[in-house]
Design a protein around this ligand. Structure first.
Ligand code: KIV
Length: 273
């Protein structure tokens, strides 16, 4: 039996998935090799996340990664020609100045191959979300624990646990969610918030919510690839190691080193006459 080729996922497609009650699977990737692997696995969305700073570049947080570096990683992911929707993350400093900066840097990510962009923040970035959407660029919001706000939050802390309208308060998160929807975002990431609050936001919004550390009631889920594969050394309660690729990789390299030392690599089968 032949299976029909997978259709390319588009931003409007995700809204249809929410309406049909189908869960959306999103994962990060930063290069062509892994983009091809996650695409073959059937993910709906590949996020070229600014988490590249911690997963690939060895930085302690996402603050240092630059626009040029994000453009580069978006380009690598697009070279895999995935069917999944490719979303490029706007890094810290690429939209904080205002809406026109947000639009011009979104254009750069789209020209590099992204089919949509993502930025962090709610009420405070609503004008930028609107300006990006008005430029015909699908834009994804990201509220709750926003890693680019690490210095304001005083660490990577769960948000929405206390009442209030100040940043991080429960009512403020509801306002943030409403603001990005009204500004024209086609979806919103909910990160590091209590499951009951994520469920309430998901029920109130017409656009899909994609959770990470936000419980099972979101319309979709996102994880960082290096956590899924067990490549990262960080232990976070809200992620899951679906495989231990780090141990497999170390074992494979250890076996190679042993064969080189023993002189059994390369054998005749891997040598030229
Ligand atoms: O950069 C990233 O990986 C992200 C996800 C955690 C949502 O923004």
């Amino acid at each position: 039996m032949t299976t029909s080729p997978r259709k390319a996922v588009t931003a409007p497609h995700l809204a249809e998935m929410k309406n049909r009650g189908e869960k959306i699977a999103m994962i990060t990737a930063y290069d062509a090799t892994f983009a091809a692997i996650v695409d073959a696995a059937g993910v709906d969305v590949i996020l070229v996340g600014d988490s590249v700073a911690t997963t690939v570049q060895g930085e302690p947080n996402t603050i240092p990664v630059t626009m040029e570096e994000m453009e580069y990683h978006v380009r690598l992911v697009r070279r895999a020609t995935p069917k999944a929707l490719v979303v490029g993350d706007l890094p810290f400093g690429s939209y904080q100045v205002g809406a026109s900066q947000a639009v011009s840097n979104s254009v750069r990510l789209i020209k590099a191959g992204a089919q949509a962009v993502k930025l962090e923040g709610g009420l405070t970035v609503a004008d930028s979300v609107r300006a990006i959407a008005d430029a015909d660029i699908p834009v994804m919001g990201h509220i709750g624990l926003t890693p680019q706000s690490v210095h304001r939050m005083g660490g990577h802390k769960v948000q929405g646990r206390r009442e209030g309208y100040e940043a991080g308060g429960r009512q403020r998160l509801l306002e943030d969610a409403h603001a990005v929807e009204q500004a024209g975002a086609f979806a919103v990431v909910l990160e590091g918030i209590p499951a009951h609050l994520a469920a309430e936001i998901t029920a109130k919004l017409s656009i899909p919510t994609i959770g990470i550390g936000a419980g099972a009631q979101c319309d979709g889920q996102v994880l960082v690839l290096h956590d899924v594969l067990g490549l990262s050394t960080r232990e976070l309660s809200f992620t899951k190691k679906f495989a231990d690729v780090r141990s497999l990789s170390t074992d494979a390299c250890r076996a190679y080193v042993a064969e080189v030392r023993e002189g059994t690599w390369p054998d005749d089968a891997h040598s030229f006459e």
